[in-house]
Write a protein that binds this ligand. Structure first.
Ligand SMILES: Cc1cc2nc3c(=O)[nH]c(=O)nc-3n(C[C@H](O)[C@H](O)[C@H](O)COP(=O)(O)OP(=O)(O)OC[C@H]3O[C@@H](n4cnc5c(N)ncnc54)[C@H](O)[C@@H]3O)c2cc1C
Length: 606
């Protein structure tokens, strides 16, 4: 019999980033008991790392902005395979969620007349990102935590959920282990909200921290939910490339929003060479116009450095492949050039981009006020995730909700920068509200002990295999997977390479099934890594199979063998579901027809 401690909550929220905290606050405000579980310490989620800002059409800096422009920017960025209802709700509700955050104590940067300041970002027509220098995520987490902590939410830190428990179709709880002592915990719950963030650790070069192994995606998939859009993985164009120890760390798009330019080894501003047709009318015709845009000139169009991330990342890859890259395999990002335009440029850069200044000074010995940075693409965000109902955020599994990066729909084929933080607030709130309602309407379900026994036994098997044997440990399997995904299912994809990756994933599944660890259960990172492998392999297989199925290039998915868009595939989402025999089934699911009024909004916005 497995030994475990039992906790009982009406609503269990798994993940304490922006989405999880916002869901917990809302559920708690609805009067139900709430438990909040996170893999590391409270306050250390990905959300805290967010730099550039929160996208919301507040129209504080440009009065032409409104929900319609934000909606149509989001749909254009997502290449129209987004869940249009989610994009509509997001654009309409984001301003209220940002103002609410301000009312709860978030101290945003200010306009001269005291309103929340908004900055330019890629793919957003007007300055739209509410921000706090380049430390917006820190302020957001701090505010949500301060607010949430007074609502009686029970927080379980350093606790990793291993599996969801079900009573028939319905979810009734979760089984977890505490990382410090390695002991098991049973969480009984009437409703569960997944808010576990991304999958970046499935790739070798990533801006994501160790926690992002696709746990929520895998937990939901194995519990019977569908994952959609998994082929759409965002490679942010600007990660650090040098020194090797910091490769992948994010360089915020805010640098380009403040006037930073991309240069190749010949010091040419190469982004002017390749502007997609559907963005031509919105892109600056000259460097002069681009600079005026960054300075707030409303008659100017944005510079091509602020085109969508997928496009900028591919242009960088092209420069490097064609031999015009920087010494360490990237290109140059230069903000120091603005000294030609601004007298106090040094002070301005340090004030607007304090984290970037310190990051480069301390990690690469580069002073960004004087020298260009070396940057290249890094795996950053996953548009794909758990399929949810747009209004309630409930998945196909009754009682199982999802919000934030682990849920899918709002972003379609590509996310615009800043749209994640607003997504967390808008849909975190909705998930909390509807999970609380589900808990009140449905009461408790039963806990099946055999599911607990099976999960506990599976979790401890690596120790049994490790004792005295020379069986393989988890790190090599993890590294081989990351390298394979980076090389074969990365920024530029081909069918033959991805088929090769699928065979590799199959072999890695076999090796993961017999992985071994040594030592004891107290804070054992080898064991934790062994347990993460199931999640990493599940999401890697989902990304690969979905990318093979989408035989076209759209948004973040670029197929070398299918470089154009297909009208037929523009009408579907690729979904994966666990079949009754345990294999991964790939489906094409038609996108519901967009209502005429939303179609008209897109037409009007051009
Ligand atoms: C460097 C960086 C900068 C960014 N800048 C911006 C920006 O300026 N604007 C923007 O909109 N977006 C930005 N993003 C993206 C954005 O920060 C993330 O998409 C967003 O924060 C994800 O929030 P979340 O609440 O979904 O999950 P996260 O904040 O990632 O939190 C996930 C939570 O789930 C927990 N968890 C995971 N697995 C388990 C498990 N098995 N058991 C228990 N708990 C678990 C984790 O411990 C954590 O608490 C940035 C991302 C990065 C990496």
């Amino acid at each position: 019999m497995a030994e475990y401690q039992t906790f009982e909550h009406d609503v269990l929220v798994i993940g304490a980033g922006g989405a999880g905290l916002r869901a917990a606050i809302e559920a708690s405000a609805a009067g139900v008991s709430v438990g909040l579980v996170c893999k590391s310490l409270l306050g250390k989620a990905h959300t805290v790392m967010a730099e550039g800002g929160i996208a919301a059409a507040l129209a504080n800096v440009d009065e032409r902005d409104n929900w319609k422009v934000h909606f149509s920017d989001t749909m254009r960025g997502g290449q129209y395979v987004n869940n249009w209802r989610m994009a509509e709700l997001h654009a309409k509700e984001a301003p209220a969620r940002v103002r609410e955050l301000e009312a709860w104590g978030a101290v945003f940067d200010r306009t001269a007349d005291g309103k929340i300041l908004q900055r330019n970002f890629g793919g957003h027509r007007y300055p739209r990102l509410a921000h706090v220098g380049d430390r917006t995520g820190l302020e957001m987490i701090r505010t949500l935590q301060d607010h949430g902590i007074h609502q009686g939410i029970d927080v379980h830190m350093e606790c990793t959920v291993l599996t969801l428990l079900k009573d028939g179709d319905r979810v009734t709880g979760a089984f977890a282990y505490d990382r410090e002592r390695g002991r098991f915990r049973l969480f009984k719950a009437k409703a569960v909200v997944l808010a576990t963030g991304g999958i970046g650790r499935a790739f070798r070069i990533t801006s994501n921290s160790w926690e992002y192994t696709g746990d929520g995606h895998a937990l939901a998939y194995h519990a019977g939910a569908e994952l959609i859009d998994m082929e759409f993985v965002q490679f942010h164009p600007t990660g650090m490339v040098w020194p090797p120890s910091v490769r992948g760390i994010l360089v915020t798009e805010g640098v380009r929003g403040e006037g930073g330019v991309l240069l190749n080894s010949m010091r040419k501003r190469f982004m002017f060479d390749d502007i997609p047709d559907n963005y031509k009318s919105q892109t600056a015709a000259s460097e002069e116009e681009g600079w005026r845009y960054c300075q707030g000139d409303k008659s100017a169009n944005r510079p091509p450095e602020l085109l969508t991330r997928d496009h900028v990342a591919r242009c960088i890859v092209r420069e490097v492949k064609e031999g015009r890259g920087s010494p360490h395999g990237g290109v140059y990002l230069d903000i120091s050039w603005i000294r030609q335009r601004l007298k106090n440029s040094e002070e301005h850069i340090k004030r607007k981009l304090p984290s970037m200044y310190h990051q480069f000074k301390q990690l690469a010995d580069i002073d960004i006020t004087q020298q260009p940075m070396e940057v290249g693409p890094t795996t950053h965000y996953v548009m794909g995730g758990i399929r949810v109902d747009a209004d309630t955020q409930m998945s196909a599994v009754p009682g199982l909700f999802a919000a934030g990066e682990c849920a899918a729909g709002i972003n379609g084929a590509n996310r615009l920068g800043g749209n994640s933080l607003s997504d967390l607030l808008v849909f975190g709130k909705r998930a909390g509200e509807f999970a609380a309602k589900f808990a009140r309407d449905h009461g408790s379900g039963a806990i099946d002990n055999s599911q607990i026994e099976e999960a506990a036994q599976r979790a401890l098997e690596p120790f049994e295999r490790g004792n005295g044997s020379d069986a393989e440990g988890p790190y090599k399997i993890q590294l081989e997977l990351q390298e394979m995904m980076q090389e074969l299912v990365g920024i530029v994809r081909r069918e033959d390479e991805m088929q090769h990756a699928l065979e590799g994933i199959k072999r890695l599944w076999q090796r993961a099934d017999s992985v071994a660890v040594t030592g004891n259960r107290e804070y054992n990172p080898g064991w934790h890594t062994a347990l993460d492998l199931t999640n990493l392999l599940t999401v890697s297989e989902a990304v690969t199979r979905s990318a093979i199925e989408r035989k076209e290039s759209r948004g973040a998915q670029f197929r070398d063998d299918y470089p154009s868009k297909s009208d037929e595939l523009g009408k579907i989402n690729v979904a994966v579901r666990k079949d009754s025999d345990g294999t991964m089934k790939v489906l094409r699911e038609p996108i519901p027809e967009m209502p005429a009024e939303l179609r008209q909004v897109i037409q009007e916005m051009g």
